[in-house]
Ligand binder design. Structure first.
Ligand code: ATP
Ligand code: MG
Length: 334
């Protein structure tokens, strides 16, 4: 599909370039022939002044003049055609190159979209298939006890919770892609406080959650609910992936034109190979310490990154295995 489109686009670019080129060639042709005419007229005047204007001479002179004129005309036309052919070949390559360049980001976005759809359907199908198999096995048991049936329903409910979380995450991503966030001045202090309050029930008594916001009056421009959500996601990870009694620290401090919020934990850390991928949708660090032990779909950081980028900010992570992770969010100051 993209090959055809790029050929069509090449044709369009080439058409435009050739139209311009031919237009100028015609103009150039008219101009040169006009100049040639003028030159001849002047020359004729000179000839007449010098040699007089006998009928025979004049006849042969006009004939010669016509021949030369035609000769020049043929020459100019041939040259212009040659130049236009050259332009056509050059412009053909250039147009193809430009068409490829124009389409490249669109093609990449398209591929990313297909990959995302494939991943999403896979993630949705796995729990559904598992649930279906469980239900079928349970139903086919003729001596099914009530307790077993209850267990089964309980397990289904858990799967359903996961599916709900997944579909909410997917919906959130789709919304963010299409949204224009409201821009209001948001106090960083309030932001950090709101996020910490939301994570606190998860953290306590497991963690020691410390927050510092210096100075208290820094403000960023954006959507309070969205920014809180992004910060909650990062805090949630810090709490979720680190051991009991470890410390999670949130620090907000003003930078040059921005406000920098860091969340540091003393968890297992993320390996160097995995670190560049944690902001990708559906990416979960592939190890037993996260997979299986804690649930999630790997959408949290993708959503957080989306929100932060919509605010003109950036989010990065640093980590060393066994020591802990620091996620840094930088947002432009209000
Ligand atoms: P979700 O947030 O959708 O419930 P998730 O937490 O697995 O699932 P993300 O928040 O996007 O997804 O994180 C992606 C991956 O990055 C996690 O699976 C985890 O492996 C790794 N990760 C993120 N934060 C930390 C952290 N603080 N310490 C260790 N690993 C982390
Ligand atoms: Mg998460």
């Amino acid at each position: 599909m993209f090959h055809q489109t790029s050929l069509r686009l090449t044709g369009l670019y080439l058409g435009i370039i050739m139209a311009i080129s031919i237009f100028f060639s015609v103009a150039l042709y008219n101009l040169s022939m006009h100049e040639v005419d003028r030159g001849f007229d002047r020359q004729t005047e000179v000839v007449q002044r010098v040699f007089g204007s006998g009928p025979f001479r004049q006849q042969s002179y006009i004939q010669q003049r016509e021949d030369i004129y035609n000769d020049i005309r043929g020459h100019v036309i041939a040259q212009l055609i040659f130049i236009n052919l050259l332009i056509m070949v050059g412009a053909g390559f250039l147009s193809y190159y430009l068409a490829r360049r124009t389409l490249k980001p669109i093609e990449e976005a398209h591929q990313a979209q297909s990959r995302f759809t494939a991943d999403a359907s896979h993630e949705l199908r796995t729990p559904i298939t598992a649930m279906r198999t469980e239900i079928e096995v349970t139903l086919s048991d003729p001596k099914l006890k009530l307790a077993d049936a209850k267990d089964q329903l309980q397990s289904n409910l858990e799967e359903l919770d996961k599916l709900t979380a997944l579909s909410e995450g997917l919906l959130r991503l789709a919304q963010l892609e299409a949204s224009d966030l409201p821009k209001e001045a948001v106090s960083v202090h309030t932001l950090v406080q709101a996020a910490v309050d939301r994570v606190l029930p998860l953290a306590e008594p497991k963690h020691n959650l410390v927050s510092q916001s210096v100075p208290a009056d820094a403000q960023v421009l954006g959507d309070q609910a969205g920014l809180t959500e992004a910060l909650v996601t990062v805090l949630d990870n810090a709490v979720k992936y680190s051991p009991k009694k470890s410390q999670v620290t949130v620090v907000a401090k003003p930078g040059r034109g921005d406000v920098i919020i860091t969340v540091t934990d003393q968890g297992p850390g993320i390996s160097e190979e995995e670190l560049p991928h944690i902001f990708e949708r559906f990416y979960r660090a592939d190890s037993s310490r996260t997979k299986g032990t804690t649930d999630g779909y790997g959408l949290g950081l993708a959503i957080a990154q989306n929100i932060v980028q919509l605010h003109g900010g950036s989010i990065t992570a640093e980590s060393s295995l066994g020591k802990g992770t620091t996620v840094t969010i930088s947002l432009p100051k209000a």
